[in-house]
Every structure is written in structure tokens, then in C-alpha cells.
Design a protein around this ligand. Structure first.
Ligand code: 2HA
Ligand code: ZN
Length: 277
């Protein structure tokens, strides 16, 4: 079968369109990658090219040696992904050492994989290990309300986690481990990839100050749903902070403990510290 007939490519393209429609992907903002399953790759083998040039990833990911990924292209617009997939997205294979990649499909016209390939692949390497191979999707979006909060909240994992949890009752059920925060850094290289992948050891969400959000998930629904939940929670917080300097009432640490019992999730006690509101 052709790559564009496959379920995974269609799920990927649908997610690009969904993200664009949310307003998270101005110009070439944001990027998406999917670690394909061996049987998925096998099903589209007839459509994959062999012998492409090997290029440096810009990071070392030995845990991903031999894996193949569907990725968005550098400088490409999410808005165009589903309209012309061959030019805007591509399949890349990682060499056995995890140092170089080769384009096997798409990215036509000399396009390259996303400028955030080091962050995507380092995140995939961590998530593959800590999830026992279950996580396959890494998604980066320019989420406006999360970005706005990085100008006014302290850039601390605990503060962002607790404030976002408080904004909607089901947030702690969707991201019980919390969120990590990375201070401002130059995007597109190894240094920000190292910092982000450190957060991914513990969390499924990493916020880049004054830039956007990275999410990891087992599939497209999970990764998109997580991004959507975090950004919606941030939107509520922006509204609350805009209406009043202090919350009149909120979800309390004891409420969170009750919720954790009812929904059978573990919420780290370090995020349930007493606060003066
Ligand atoms: O332009 O989002 O972080 C793509 C990006 C870089
Ligand atoms: Zn970005």
C-alpha cells in the first residue's frame, strides 16, 4: 500500500489539520512526529525509497537505531500538510547508531525534517524507554494561553502543574504526573532538546517559556487531547487572572486527594502544598 493510504499517515494529517484549526500553528509554527510500528512500515514498504543520503540528526539517539518516523517538514505549514502531504511531511529512518537519518518518503523538493528533530527524537528516545515502547507521538504547538502564562507565573514545574490542575476538575486525571517547564532557550538545537527530554523522563508535557508546548502520547488522540486539555486549562487561568487578582474559591489539596481516590490516579503530594489564596 501507499503511505497516503495508511491509517497512521491519515491520523497524522488529521492531527495537523486539527492543530491548525485550533490556531496553534501560525506560519511554520509547531511540529509533529510519529514513531511507526514495524508492521505499519512493512505495509508501505513498496512506497519507500532506499539509498537516500544520510544526514546528521544533531543529537545522539541510540535507543532509536533503525526506527522510522513520520515527521513534519522544516519551514512547512501545518495548514498545508493534508493538502499536499508529499511536500510537507516525510518518513525518515534513523541509522543503527542513532546519529543520522535518511528520507524514505515525502519531503519532496529538497525539504528537510522539522528544525526541532533533535528535540523530537530525544523525547521519543526517553518516552520509548519509560513507557515500555507505548508512546509513539511527540507534538509541539504554539499554544497562546500557555505561552501567555510563562510571562506571569514563576517558571516552576510545581506552580504550573498546580495552577493548571486547579482550572478544571479533570485536568489532574488527564495529566496526573504534572507538567515540566523549560526556561527560555534558543530553539532548534541539541541544548533545548536535552532540557526537554529531561522533563519527559517524569512528565508527558514540557512547556517552553515564551514559545509553546511539547506533549507525548501513545497515539494521536492521546497526544492531541493532552495538548488541548493543557491549553484549555491555561485559557481558563488567563480568564481568571484577568477577572480578579485572587481566586475567591478553588479546588483544594483535600479535593485533589478525593479526586485521586475516586479516579484511581496517583497525584504527587509535592504538588498539593498548602497555598494562601
Ligand atoms: O517553526 O515551532 O520551534 C517551527 C517551530 C520551532
Ligand atoms: Zn516552536
Amino acid at each position: 500500500m501507499k503511505v497516503l493510504e495508511s491509517k497512521f499517515a491519515n491520523g497524522f494529517l488529521r492531527m495537523c489539520t486539527d492543530g491548525w484549526e485550533q490556531g496553534w500553528h501560525e506560519c511554520n509554527g509547531g511540529n509533529l512526529s510519529y514513531r511507526s510500528k514495524p508492521e505499519e512500515l512493512e505495509s508501505v514498504r513498496e512506497d519507500l525509497a532506499e539509498g537516500g543520503e544520510w544526514r546528521e540528526i544533531g543529537a545522539r539517539v541510540p535507543g532509536l537505531g533503525g526506527e522510522a518516523f513520520l515527521v513534519t517538514g522544516s519551514g512547512k505549514f501545518f495548514r498545508n500538510a493534508a493538502l499536499c502531504p508529499e511536500e510537507n511531511v516525510g518518513v525518515v529512518r534513523v541509522d543503527p547508531a542513532g546519529e543520522r537519518y535518511q528520507i524514505c518518503w515525502g519531503l519532496q523538493g529538497g525539504a528537510r525534517p522539522t528544525s526541532e528533530l533533535p528535540s523530537h527524537l530525544m523525547n521519543h528516545e526517553v518516552k520509548k524507554r519509560v513507557s515500555g515502547g507505548k508512546h509513539r507521538v511527540i507534538y509541539h504547538a504554539h499554544t497562546p494561553n500557555v505561552i501567555a502564562l510563562t510571562f506571569v507565573l514563576p517558571l516552576e514545574d510545581g506552580v504550573f502543574t498546580r495552577e493548571l490542575w486547579e482550572m478544571a476538575t479533570e485536568c489532574p486525571v488527564v495529566f496526573p504526573d504534572g507538567v515540566g517547564v523549560v526556561g527560555w532557550m534558543v530553539p532548534g538545537g541539541r541544548a533545548i532538546a536535552v532540557e526537554t527530554s529531561r522533563r519527559m523522563e517524569r512528565y508527558d508535557v514540557a512547556i517552553w517559556a515564551h514559545h509553546g508546548t511539547f506533549c507525548s502520547g501513545e497515539d494521536f488522540d492521546q497526544a492531541f487531547g493532552l495538548m488541548h486539555t493543557v491549553e484549555k486549562s491555561a485559557e481558563i487561568l488567563v480568564k481568571v487572572m484577568s477577572m480578579a487578582p485572587r481566586k475567591r474559591q478553588t479546588i483544594t489539596p483535600e479535593n485533589f486527594r478525593e479526586l485521586a481516590r475516586a479516579f484511581r490516579v496517583t497525584l504527587p503530594e509535592k504538588f498539593l502544598y498548602p497555598k494562601e489564596e
